[in-house]
Write a protein that binds this ligand. Structure first.
Ligand code: SF4
Length: 321
């Protein structure tokens, strides 16, 4: 059976010209991971949030779309990992049900966890979320927890007042449930405006382990993510006069690194509205490549990835897209 390629308008950006100048046409290799953006609701309102999640932004993925995602995941066994993200994915009213269904299917479930939701609870309903660490452990969920800095000042400046203190408390609860202590992996996602070298990352990981050790907290490692220049982060860099310098630095790093590692070559994101995207950042930028209700793996593997200016940061810094 022939496969029709999905040809979509790709922004005419410096990144696309850079690819063309090197005769590079990176194409999808596989889809082994699906990201589900299940809610825009969050208990925080972070300055760098690329999807502008907040306590006032309560759009949840509907049951219809979730059921269709589950059907696709059941059918395509090669999609082994499901990343639940948002907003704070734990604030979707069906969060526990979704995790249960995925676990039953034998999928590896990863939750992008902001740490504070455990203590803050649901900002709309007031529902307590204190049971989350034990729920994660019972379902063997892998946690990618956000802690951008090791001090209260910069953390609270980016993520809100009191966030550092609550994050430390929440990490202790995760340790008590077995994360970082009894075989359940606890990885921290650390944001950076600039991409780091390998030795820089190792040094930073040691620093995080030793400083958190002073609080009696154990972690397994860190994952560094470059803040992409979109959404609130772009506005903030422009206001501080740092936009051009940061863009140039990401550009130089991207040129040195391989396009092979682009995450969009092995995963897809599902937006709250059920549309499919190459990655979470293309979701934030509104650049769809399909729809979960018309999921055709052959066509998706033959698609053109919608590269844009933001891809410099993602490729250079192992972005979370
Ligand atoms: S915790 Fe995550 S989802 Fe929530 S506002 Fe911050 S970056 Fe966005």
């Amino acid at each position: 059976m022939g496969t029709t390629m999905l040809r979509l308008d790709t922004p005419d950006t410096a990144f696309v010209h850079w690819l063309n100048s090197r005769h590079l046409n990176p194409s999808p290799k596989t889809v082994d991971s699906l990201w589900l953006n299940i809610t825009s609701l969050c208990n925080q309102r972070c300055a760098h949030c690329h999807v502008r999640a907040s306590p006032d932004s309560g759009i949840h993925m509907t049951d219809d779309i979730i059921q269709q995602c589950l059907r696709v995941l059941e059918k395509f066994q090669q999609i082994r990992t499901v990343d639940l993200t948002g907003g704070a994915p734990e604030l979707h009213p069906g969060f526990e049900r979704i995790v249960g269904a995925l676990t039953e299917m034998g999928k590896k479930v990863v939750v992008r966890h902001n740490l504070t939701v455990t203590l803050d609870g649901n900002p709309v309903t007031g529902e307590s979320k204190l049971a989350l660490p034990q729920f994660f452990a019972d379902n063997q969920v892998e946690i990618l927890a956000s802690l951008p800095y090791l001090e209260a000042g910069p953390t609270d400046a980016v993520r809100g007042r009191g966030v550092f203190r609550k994050s430390i408390e929440s990490l202790r609860l995760l340790n008590a449930a077995g994360y970082g202590t009894r075989g359940l992996a606890l990885i921290l996602v650390v944001n950076s405006d600039q991409p780091l070298t390998l030795s820089g990352r190792i040094e930073l990981e040691q620093l995080f382990k030793s400083r958190l050790g002073e609080f009696g907290i154990m972690i397994d490692g860190i994952l560094t993510v470059t803040n992409l220049i979109i959404g609130r982060h772009a506005v903030s860099l422009r206001r501080r006069g740092r936009l051009r310098n940061t863009e140039n630095s990401l550009r130089r790093s991207a040129i040195e690194l391989s396009i092979e590692r682009a995450l969009c070559r092995s995963r897809l994101s599902v937006g709250i509205d059920g549309r499919l995207y190459d990655c979470d950042f293309n979701f934030a930028l509104g650049l769809p490549v399909g729809d979960i209700f018309a999921f055709d793996l052959d066509r998706l593997l033959a698609r053109d990835i919608r590269f844009g200016e933001h891809c410099y940061g993602c490729i250079a810094g192992a972005g979370s897209g």
